[in-house]
Design a protein around this ligand. Structure first.
Ligand SMILES: Cc1cc2nc3c(=O)[nH]c(=O)nc-3n(C[C@H](O)[C@H](O)[C@H](O)COP(=O)(O)OP(=O)(O)OC[C@H]3O[C@@H](n4cnc5c(N)ncnc54)[C@H](O)[C@@H]3O)c2cc1C
Ligand code: FES
Length: 293
């Protein structure tokens, strides 16, 4: 009956039925959901660009945009990291493994991975900002030969707030990525074992070595982080057009029809919609389109 309510084949803008195959609690009010489409053909064919998002619906409750945090280089399972904040996310948290949700998408522009090939890449993440950046990170690592130097700067309040902690710490053992982790506050019992730094994510820039002049940066984190991280990136010589940010706005349709996500009017380009022109914007966009960050 549920399958009849979600018709996967008629309209590409309608949700497709997906099963929650695994739910992992990560840190307080943050869970990683692994999903698979019920239609095996759709599951095989589904692909996305790192940085894109899907519209996830909890039946009878509502629909929300969520970034795909898995990489398209790992096909077959879609991963979404969701923070419980309100009505739809609470209803999602009430579901169990093997329950169904609706998924439509992927939507949005995603990171310009083809342009980024051959260049150095610095990924700067704070808190939940790891969600859209994790897909990019693993895409680049799974296609390692196609990128220059890769550095990850990831900051969180404490080790208990670190998302994907073991995954991020495993990167410290690799020599093809510079992985710099920091926590603002370190618990006493971790003082001898913590392999990262203590301080703000911006403090990590002093450990970042030389970066190519055509390097890209990808940034996502809490709003308070942007001002200081962007300053550091400009000081390092990053071009404003190669500083990429993932933005969140309230959305309804996800496909450029309802104007819910319209931001910053500019005489030369009109309104920009986060769902189609974003959610990945350059720092140039942010400085030229009002109210973006
Ligand atoms: C492109 C995009 C990607 C996103 N990716 C993720 C993700 O990977 N993981 C994740 O947990 N969340 C993500 N979000 C945010 C997520 O969509 C909202 O948290 C969700 O819509 C809240 O729904 P709700 O019904 O639970 O909350 P509501 O009951 O609608 O609201 C509860 C509170 O959350 C605030 N809120 C609601 N929607 C947003 C929003 N879009 N941005 C900021 N604050 C909001 C409200 O102002 C309110 O204070 C993304 C949003 C966008 C636009
Ligand atoms: S969410 Fe409807 S236009 Fe973007």
């Amino acid at each position: 009956m549920l399958a009849e309510r979600i018709d996967a084949r008629v309209d590409p803008h309608k949700p497709h039925l997906a099963r929650l195959i695994r739910i992992d609690p990560m840190v307080k009010d943050h869970r990683l959901f692994q999903l698979r489409f019920e239609d095996p053909k759709l599951n095989d064919e589904f692909t996305h660009k790192p940085g894109q998002f899907v519209m996830l619906s909890v039946l009878g409750v509502g629909e929300i945009p969520v970034s795909l945090c898995s990489s398209p280089s790992r096909k077959g399972i879609m991963e979404l990291m969701v923070r419980k904040v309100g009505r739809v996310t609470s209803a999602l948290y009430a579901l169990r493994e093997n329950d169904f949700v609706g998924i439509r998408g992927p939507y949005g522009n995603g990171f310009p991975v083809d342009d980024m090939k051959g260049k150095d890449l610095v990924i700067v993440a704070g808190g939940l900002g790891t969600a859209p950046l994790r897909g990019l990170l693993w895409y680049c690592l799974d296609n390692r030969a196609e990128f220059g130097k890769i550095a990850l700067l990831y900051g969180s309040r404490s080790t208990k707030d670190m998302l994907f902690r073991s995954e991020m710490e495993s990167l410290l053992n690799r020599d093809d990525i510079q992985c710099l982790l920091s926590v603002e506050k370190l618990d006493d019992e971790e003082k001898d074992t913590w392999r990262g730094y203590t301080g703000l994510v911006t403090d990590l820039f002093r450990h970042l070595g030389e970066i190519g002049e055509d390097a890209y940066a990808a940034v996502c984190g809490p709003p308070v982080m942007y001002k200081y991280v962007l300053e550091e990136l400009l000081n390092k010589g990053f071009d404003k057009n190669r500083i990429l940010m993932s933005l969140e706005r309230r959305m309804k349709c996800g496909i450029g029809k309802c104007a819910h996500c319209a931001i910053g009017y500019h005489s030369s380009v009109g309104y920009r919609y986060v769902c189609i022109h974003g959610p990945i914007f350059t720092y140039w966009d942010a400085t030229n389109l009002p109210e973006m960050i």
